[in-house]
Design a protein around this ligand. Sequence first.
Ligand code: NAI
Length: 336
Amino acid sequence: MRVAMFSTKPYDRRSFEERNAPHGHEITYFEPRLSAQTASLADGFPAVCLFVNDEANAAAIARLAQGGTKLIALRCAGFNNVDLAAAEQHGIAVARVPAYSPHAVAEFTVGLMLSLVRNIHRAYQRTRDNNFALDGLLGFDLHGKTVGVVGTGKIGAIVARILLAGFGCRVLASDPYPDEALVALGVRYGEPRAVIAASDLVTLHCPLTPETHHLLDAAGFARMKRGAMVVNTSRGAILDAEAAIEALKSGQLGGLAIDVYEQEADLFFEDLSNEIIQDDTLQRLMMFPNVLVTGHQAFFTREALENIADTTLGNITAFARGEALENAVTAAGTRG
Ligand code: NAI
């Protein structure tokens, strides 16, 4: 099948080329992000392949439909960037990669936690300048601390297990569908507000939905324990970055590590080291010594890239053969 891939980076091209032989799809790699303006690049392609910051809004989808697109194959798990109702209206199927390596994201999350509570990111910079002083780097043990895991799906559940077994943390969790296996291991479920209020460290692993949008806003930060920390590897808009700045300034928020940012679409995945960044919020955040920002990197392991390519190519093959789409996403819900 002819596939137009948007937002292509060299590593996407490499992993898809390596795994495409059994599928034999004809993939054209485009660097621009999908938007209503760039959708015409896909004219004549029955399938498009999108990533997290491609903007498949109603206008872009209408333009894709005009060009003959029948399938949106997401090479990611989240699908908050696709207007599913518009896709359905235009008869465009949507498929995703429900799990490519939850371990990749979970392990990275724990890495961010450790860096945050032990100031590893600061030590790295200091020692490169031959500054071996410890003053200002005092951390705390994770052992015995209370960690709140918001969302215990594939990723959150692994984070919870690592924290329980590896560090001896007390784990609280919130999820509309509690995981009984975690309960058996000692995880205690509660309402998100109560979990956030009782935790020394909160880690976000729920999807971005109207309900979770700005779950951590000014009131949310105010409810936390003074000096508690937050890690977000889920989606940027679950956290209000402006409110985080105020909470960091007052000391209410003791540290923040984010791999995702609400306005990341124009920034992340690009080398902007020669540019003047116009986003004052992100720039302000990065000025805090107790803030750690990574550019949507949590998924980025060899294993994850292989799984992403295999599942995405498999989704396209199933669609081309007219088979039921195991990993379909519809306005009514998801399969797979
Ligand atoms: P999942 O679908 O397995 O788990 C999400 C869990 O959140 C589910 O158990 C669901 O019941 C729960 N949930 C839904 N609404 C909730 C709410 N209001 N409060 C608490 N829990 C709620 O998804 P998975 O694979 O664990 O991924 C989690 C999120 O991580 C994804 O939605 C995606 O946005 C993000 N992600 C980030 C990556 C990165 O590179 N930074 C890579 C992959 C995923």
